[in-house]
Design a protein around this ligand. Structure first.
Ligand SMILES: [Zn+2]
Length: 495
């Protein structure tokens, strides 16, 4: 080879330097127990990563100068994919995403519950220009599109011309790189949409090989009707549908997870591609006022019904109450009994004094277990960066520590599948979600004996334990602390 110009010479030297740097980056994780994401049994293997990809799995010969990490009883899994994440704006404020990578999460799907940035292109460009430690993909949000078209006049079904304008915005969202259409039909803007409006927009998602992910119209007394609407949307629009953070959330539907899953199984038999995701907590946290949907806080009958819906005052834990901090971390039943009043009277008093923060039981174990046992349920957090619920920092380790190790509700391999290949296939991410030669090296190394969530309702930001190392595109982002690397990519179907 002859080099005819200094420019070419420099180029040649740079190429050699790049090749040297790339080989220096080669890493082998030796004798880890590999959970490859497919649900197949754990097996001891070496995994080599190079240039951001997995290049060997099995017995790997030693190579001089290579970084070697001894697996020693640890599990090596594909990076976890969180299909319902609220870090849409958090990624800009805290790109290291410490509460996320410390759980083993390597990809976030944002733009949830009907609410996404618009235009999508601008949002994704901002993420490309300032990458995070984690990968990000987004949905285009139904309510965001609806607000853009209808403005303040949204408390009604949309007209045909308005639906057409929404379709154009959803179409643009997919062209810009969205992977899905999200909705929040229980919320203010999306809730006024008729099913037909959603079907029209879901058809646009189908045209782009996307999917429809929904916080369905009701997660309480009418949850089963809302699930039937979801199936109906999937059937009419011929689009895959996902019941996100699936719930049967009030006393009248407790125990009905199996009915919900029967509905979904029947739909799947008819060819409707319906899936779900679930976060591993039985309680939500909010203000006490949301217990009374009709907002009649001084009407004993409404208050009584609201408390009955969550299974009674014993299921309502006060976590902060400015007027009298002695109430904190007691249930309403305990406080009322100590003061010789009824829980209804106590509620009315708290509401008059400005309300309180509460943690309220919304699910029973039997239902959560049934949802996690269903083969088509993924693990999600419904949390994210700076999220004030322990699910923001603890969801994935909680499943591995409490549901797999302590309660033995599901096998480790199956839990990992629900965190990796299942969501990857939902998102259409063909080169992530499994450990195999050629796959992108998004990886998690954790100790199955110690992995656990530490976040609580009072300390929601406490990080999880047991996740020892996390790689994104072959770069180490977490080693018990963040490395500072920000190799996260924007994931779209188009390059
Ligand atoms: Zn939601």
């Amino acid at each position: 080879m002859t080099l005819r110009s200094p420019v070419l010479l420099v180029g040649f030297l740079l190429a050699i330097a790049a090749a040297a740097a790339a080989s220096a980056q080669s890493v082998v994780i030796r004798r880890a127990r590999v959970a490859d994401g497919t649900g197949g049994p754990l097996r001891a293997a070496d995994v080599r990563i190079e240039n951001g990809r997995i290049v060997a799995v099995g017995e790997v010969a030693r190579r001089r100068g290579e970084i070697t990490i001894e697996g020693k009883g640890r599990v090596l899994a594909p990076g976890f994919i969180d299909v319902h994440n609220h870090s849409t704006s958090g990624l800009a404020r805290e790109p290291l995403a410490i509460s996320q990578i410390s759980q083993g999460i390597t990809t976030l799907l944002v733009g949830q519950d009907g609410s996404s940035p618009l235009p999508i292109a601008e949002y994704l460009d901002a993420r490309r220009n300032s990458p995070a430690a984690v990968n990000v993909a987004t949905c285009v949000g139904h309510a965001s599109v609806r607000s853009r078209v209808m403005g303040e006049d949204y408390k009604r079904p949309a007209r045909v011309d308005e639906v057409a304008r929404m379709e154009a915005l959803v179409d643009q969202g997919f062209k810009d790189g969205a992977l899905c259409l999200s909705s929040g039909l229980e919320y203010e803007v999306g809730g006024y949409a008729a099913t037909d409006e959603v079907v029209s927009l879901a058809r646009v998602a189908a045209r782009h090989q996307g999917f429809y992910i929904s916080h369905i119209r009701d997660e309480a007394d009418k949850a089963l009707e809302a699930m039937a609407e979801l199936v109906n949307i999937g059937e009419q629009a011929n689009v895959p549908v996902q019941n996100t953070h699936i719930k049967v959330g009030t006393a009248s539907v407790w125990g009905k997870a199996k009915d919900a899953l029967r509905l979904f199984d029947e739909a799947r038999k008819r060819g409707v591609d319906v899936t779900a995701d679930c976060y591993p907590w039985e309680a939500w946290s909010s203000t006490i006022l949301v217990l009374i949907p009709n907002k009649k806080y001084d009407d004993p009958e409404s208050v009584g019904r609201g408390l009955a819906d969550v299974g009674g005052a014993a299921n309502v834990l006060i976590t902060s109450y400015a007027k009298d901090p002695s109430f904190e971390f007691k249930t309403m039943t305990e406080i009322a009994a100590a003061r010789g009043i009824t829980p209804i009277e106590l509620f009315m008093e708290i509401a008059r004094n400005g309300g309180a923060s509460v943690v309220v039981k919304s699910m029973i174990d039997e239902d959560i277990r049934a949802f996690f046992a269903w083969p088509w349920t993924m693990v999600s957090s419904d949390g994210g960066i700076e999220y004030r619920h322990p699910r923001g920092a603890g969801s994935f380790p909680r499943v591995l520590g409490r549901f797999v190790r302590e309660r033995k509700w599901l096998t480790l391999e199956e839990a990992i599948r629900k965190m990796t290949s299942l969501p990857a296939s939902r998102l259409g991410l063909e080169d992530r979600g499994t450990i195999a030669v050629g796959q992108v090296a998004d990886l998690v190394l954790f100790d199955p004996r110690t992995v656990i969530d530490n976040a609580t309702f009072t300390e929601p930001f406490r990080l999880s334990s047991g996740i020892e190392r996390v790689w994104v595109s072959g770069e180490l982002v977490w080693e018990g602390r963040p490395t500072g690397a920000r190799p996260g990519r924007v994931l779209t179907r188009r390059p």
